[in-house]
Design a protein. Sequence first.
Length: 134
Amino acid sequence: DIKLMCPQVNGLLNPTKSVNIAQLAAYGVIFDFAPWISELVLATRLLVIFPPSRTSTKTLVSVFAFPVAVKIARLVAVISWCRVYVRSMYSAAESSENPSQVSFTVNYKQYPWPKIDWFLQIFDNLYVPFVTPG
């Protein structure tokens, strides 16, 4: 049942029923980190193609420097956005607003972190196919 899985859907279907703030914030954070974690698979492809045991240090640094820097920058952007998101959830709970409505109305356009993450995600996703042979 989708209502049990996602508190935002439950909040939309039953707007008068209170929503667990911690659960709502946790779902939001998990959904924000999911793309970053799943794209680590691309980094593991680099490890398979350029195994550290057979590749020179100079080559390893040249291959891994850019994706590691992009991953770290994206991680900082996601963490910064999650802090804003969780704070808005808890401030909504304190001001007696409906947290599920606030979770949909947190204006990501006024914060730079989602845009930075999206922009870096393009480079992150396009780097590995250009570096890998074949």
